[in-house]
Design a protein around this ligand. Structure first.
Ligand SMILES: [Zn+2]
Ligand SMILES: [Zn+2]
Length: 334
């Protein structure tokens, strides 16, 4: 079946805009999505909207049309991936303080006022083919994301969550005079990350427009190494149709793999890469300690665990970072 014949679509989108009444918007979104049988996660804040949903093609098309004609979301862009089925089990629409959390409070950046200049996918592809020395490509994502895929020679930051980014900028403060191009999954983090860099005195800041996902669609993902970490049941999605390679490695034996699971030990729940052989041997655990723990869940070969069934409740955690959390929830819902 060619991708155009697949019955479902997964949408990824965001829009920074001013939403006066996030609670009313939450209800509006929930009502529309429920009516059109969409599943996924949508975050609404005064600063805008951030969402990823799946549904039948005609339902996702209705949603896109509704959003594009909405006065608050003029100019919104959708990344669309055809798929065989839903990639979520539930619909969550929540009001948050930020649509992607940097946690700067009063010092927060406003991408509608100032943000890095866009570099389009084809332009970025050409630049990668012959990258000048003084151009720095900065990955704005977390460790578990870039471990499974990234652009060649990209500078990565040792962070587990986007809100750790501000404190990590110190480590790259010597690059303020260079040209810095940031990228992330779909572009939303870079709107803030690039704005923050500019505020910190970086002089020439760009952001990859639409992130890795749009780069995959429009530039065939050329030279991207590995796969793209996504925040739904797919966990990773292919990007590079030109010269793909696997860069992910089993955390235990270093065999190349793109298989990411949560440790079967509830108390650990570490999100990590593991090859099929090691996963079977350790029954989905990250270590022999976790294998012998009393809080170990039953390994069914998937590494996703149902929330509330013999596992921690991640809903009680602060999860304003959609991306970080969707993953955990997905892992637990699937
Ligand atoms: Zn292994
Ligand atoms: Zn573990």
């Amino acid at each position: 079946m060619s991708t155009s014949e697949l019955p479902y679509q997964v949408l990824l989108y965001y829009r920074y805009t001013h939403i006066e009444d996030p609670e009313a918007m939450r209800q509006e979104q929930f009502d529309f999505c429920s009516k059109h049988r969409l599943l996924g996660r949508i975050l609404v804040a005064q600063e805008g909207i951030n969402g990823t949903v799946s549904g039948l093609k005609q339902d996702t098309e209705s949603y896109i049309a509704y959003m594009k004609q909405h006065p608050l979301f003029q100019g919104i862009e959708f990344k669309i991936d055809p798929f065989e089925h839903h990639t979520f089990n539930k619909l969550h629409v929540r009001v948050k303080s930020e649509i992607v959390r940097l946690g700067l409070g009063e010092r927060d950046v406003d991408p509608t006022q100032e943000t890095g200049k866009y570099i389009e996918p084809l332009e970025f592809r050409d630049l990668l083919r012959n990258k000048p020395e003084d151009v720095i490509i900065l990955d704005a994502r977390s460790r578990y994301e870039f471990e499974v895929g990234k652009f060649p020679d990209a500078l990565t930051l040792d962070i587990e969550n986007f809100r750790e980014l501000p404190e990590q900028l110190e480590a790259i403060s010597h690059l303020k005079d260079k040209t810095v191009i940031t990228y992330c999954t779909g572009g939303i983090k870079c709107e803030k990350a690039s704005a923050l860099l500019m505020k910190e005195g970086f002089k020439n800041v760009f952001q990859l427009h639409g992130g890795i996902v749009r780069y995959g669609h429009e530039a065939d993902g050329e030279n991207f190494e590995g796969a793209c970490y996504v925040f739904d049941q797919r966990v990773v999605a292919p990007v590079n149709k030109v010269n793909p390679k696997v860069i992910g490695k089993c955390a235990l034996c270093a065999t190349p793999t793109e298989r990411m699971i949560n440790c079967a030990n509830t108390q650990c729940n570490k999100h990590f890469l593991i090859c099929a052989t090691c996963a079977d041997q350790l029954e989905g655990c990250c270590s022999t300690e976790c294998l012998s723990s009393e809080t170990r869940r039953i390994w069914d070969g998937k590494g996703y665990y149902l929330r509330g069934v013999n596992s921690k409740n991640y809903y009680s955690k602060d999860h304003s970072d959609l991306h970080q959390v969707t993953l955990r929830e997905t892992q637990e819902q699937a």
